[in-house]
Structures are given as structure tokens and as C-alpha cells.
Design a binder for this molecule. Structure first.
Ligand code: TXA
Ligand code: MG
Length: 334
């Protein structure tokens, strides 16, 4: 596997040369991986269907799963939608730039290739200075899902991107580890009532404070459900089998340890109580912000070490942990 070019960029004072190189590729319909404050994105010109098709191909992403479009400002977002309800105004004013994505009815200029044929588009104004500078230099809306092969744990460093995508992406802008650490909160504002499609570090309490209670989309298929396309997939999963535990002496945990003896490595990630006998056992922070920032790097690390099983202590209940619990719940699906 040949490798992509990795260019270092200073996170809070991005240099011109790597941005110009990235913009050149993006204008030519090529892909560029770049940092956002949540995770690294795999970017393409959102107005060019052929460029967007390259994203799906590089990720091995099912074509029914639509992409997020990144724009530099609230004004730029408004130009890409046909409706801008008061909820959008309130949320965007408070949280943009930031880790919040809004789903709204799209204008015709956004190709169906970006939205998987839907009449809505997911929009986000990222806060990362490199993402912002890239949007400014290119002057293009950038479609960008997380920069990993479909179904894998999202990348929070350039090395994670390179390991997952290899030469499928010609250029990676490397600005070091991301600060939020899990993907943005996604809220659908295109229907009668706001629906939380994907929890993240902008919590349901944060949303409720501005627009009232927001119901959570059911991720199970069913008549009453209106799930986000792609939400039914197993996602965010490491190569190792991930098992959640509540107590270190639970039968499931002891069974995993016994079954793995002599076969493969059993790792543990905990915030309160580790697992005697798991190796390595890695402590994660016990507050949700720092936990989210550290989680994906820890999962990537366990995979690199060749863990067969990763035992993960279930994070606390509470709204602030909802994003983290969602990702771990998906990763733990059989
Ligand atoms: O933090 C993030 O959101 C990162 C960074 C790179 O911005 N991006 C990201 O993209 O996580 P991706 O493609 O991995 O996740 C996009 C999510 C999917 O769950 C998709 O189903 C949903 O957004 N989505 C996109 N467009 C949608 C639409 N029109 N209607 C409903 N859901 C949509
Ligand atoms: Mg993703």
C-alpha cells in the first residue's frame, strides 16, 4: 500500500502552503482529509457529484448513508437550505462554529449524491481553525464524513486516518489530536418537531435550553421510527470484540477472561473500576468531556496492540454522557 502525503499544519495558526495544496486538490475534485474539532473529516467539493462519489468509494460507505456538508458561516448555511426555522437560528447562533449538525431542506444546487437522494441536507460550521481556513481558502462547501473506512472507529489523529484509508486519500492535513473526540450532535429540523438523530457533546440539555425538549430518534427499524439513514449500521467499532461491563466481577467479564486465557489479549478501558487480569487496563477520565476526547484514541491503540477483546466499563448515566454511551453501545453490538 503506497501512502498519502501528510502535511503538518499548526492548529491555531494554519500555514498558507498546505492549505493552498489542499484547496488545489479539492478544486480538482480530489479528496483531502482535514481536522475538525470533533474528528478528522474526509473532504470533497460538495457541489461536484464525481468528487462526492470518491468519498463513498474511499470509505467503502453504503450509498444510502448521506454526508455532512461543512460551511464557513451561518450565512453560508442559509444559502444552502430552503427553510430556516427559528430553532435553526437559535441553535446556530449559540453553537456554530461547533460540534452541532443541523438537517434542513436543501436547495437544488446540493447534488443528490451528497444527501443519498434525500430532500434534506446536514450542515455544520466547524470550529477547528484548520477546517475554517480550508473552507475560506477553497471557497467551497465541503462534504466530509469521518475520515475512516466505513464502520470503523472515527479518527482523532492524522495517523488514525492514514492507517484506515492509506493511499485512498492523496493528502492529509495533520494538526494533531482533535479536542472534542466524538462526532457532532445531529439534529433534524426538517420535520414538525426537532429530532435528535445522533447524540454528541452538545447535549440534549443544551438543545432543550434553546428549543425545548428534543425527542431522540429511535434507531430500531419500525413503523413509528424515522431513523437517520445509516443509523442502523453497526458503527464506530474497533476490530476487537467490545464488551461493556458494569462490575469487574460480573459473570460476563469473568467468562471473557477465562475464554481468552492463552488465546488473545483482553484489554480493559475503565473510568472507575478496572479489571484485574486484563492487560492492558487503561484508565479513562471520569468527566464526559475528557473521556470523549480520549476514547477513540484508546480504542485505536487497543486494536494496534492486537487486543482480541476490549472490556469497557459502562460510562455513568446522565445526559452529558449520552454521546459517549451511544458510540459504545453501537461498538458493542454483536
Ligand atoms: O463530527 C462530525 O459530524 C464529523 C466531522 C467530520 O464533521 N462527520 C461525521 O460524518 O461524523 P458521518 O458521515 O460519519 O456522519 C454523518 C451522520 C450520519 O449518521 C448520517 O446518517 C447523518 O449524519 N446525516 C447526514 N445527512 C443527513 C440527512 N440529510 N438526513 C438525516 N441524517 C443525515
Ligand atoms: Mg463516520
Amino acid at each position: 500500500m503506497t501512502s498519502s502525503t501528510v502535511l503538518r499544519v499548526t492548529p491555531d495558526a494554519p500555514e498558507r502552503a498546505p492549505l493552498e495544496r489542499a484547496a488545489e486538490l479539492l478544486r480538482a475534485g480530489q479528496l483531502v482529509a482535514f481536522p475538525t474539532e470533533t474528528v478528522y473529516g474526509l473532504g470533497a467539493n460538495a457541489l461536484d457529484p464525481a468528487a462526492v462519489a470518491r468519498i463513498y468509494e474511499a470509505k467503502g460507505r453504503p450509498t444510502y448513508n448521506p454526508l455532512i456538508v461543512h460551511v464557513p458561516s451561518l450565512a453560508a448555511a442559509r444559502r444552502l437550505v430552503t427553510a430556516w426555522p427559528p430553532e435553526a437560528e437559535a441553535l446556530a447562533r449559540r453553537w456554530w462554529p461547533g460540534p452541532l449538525t443541523l438537517v434542513l431542506p436543501k436547495v437544488a444546487a446540493i447534488p443528490g449524491a451528497v444527501t443519498a437522494g434525500l430532500r434534506t441536507v446536514a450542515l455544520r460550521v466547524p470550529a477547528h481553525p484548520v477546517a475554517r481556513a480550508l473552507l475560506e481558502v477553497t471557497g467551497l462547501p465541503l462534504a466530509a464524513p469521518s475520515a475512516n473506512r466505513s464502520g470503523e472507529v472515527s479518527p482523532t489523529t492524522a495517523a488514525h486516518v492514514a492507517r484506515s484509508l492509506g493511499d485512498r486519500v492523496p493528502l492529509i492535513l495533520d494538526a494533531g489530536p482533535t479536542t472534542i473526540g466524538i462526532e457532532s450532535t445531529v439534529v433534524d429540523l426538517s420535520g414538525d418537531r426537532p429530532v435528535l438523530l445522533r447524540p454528541g457533546m452538545v447535549s440534549r440539555d443544551d438543545l432543550a435550553a434553546l428549543i425545548g425538549p428534543v425527542e431522540r430518534a429511535r434507531s430500531t427499524a419500525g413503523d413509528e421510527a424515522r431513523p437517520s439513514p445509516g443509523m442502523l449500521d453497526r458503527h464506530y467499532a474497533p476490530r476487537a470484540r467490545l464488551v461493556l461491563y458494569d462490575r469487574p466481577d460480573a459473570p460476563g467479564v469473568l467468562g471473557e477472561l477465562a475464554a481468552a486465557r492463552g488465546k488473545g489479549m483482553v484489554a480493559a478501558l475503565y473510568w472507575k473500576e478496572g479489571i484485574p487480569g486484563a492487560d492492558p487496563a487503561v484508565a479513562l477520565p471520569s468527566d464526559p468531556e475528557r473521556y470523549a476526547r480520549a476514547l477513540y484514541a484508546a480504542l485505536h491503540r487497543m486494536d494496534e496492540l492486537g487486543a482480541a477483546v476490549i472490556l469497557v466499563e459502562r460510562p455513568p448515566a446522565g445526559i452529558a454522557w449520552e454521546g459517549v454511551r451511544d458510540r459504545l453501545g453501537r461498538a458493542a453490538q454483536p
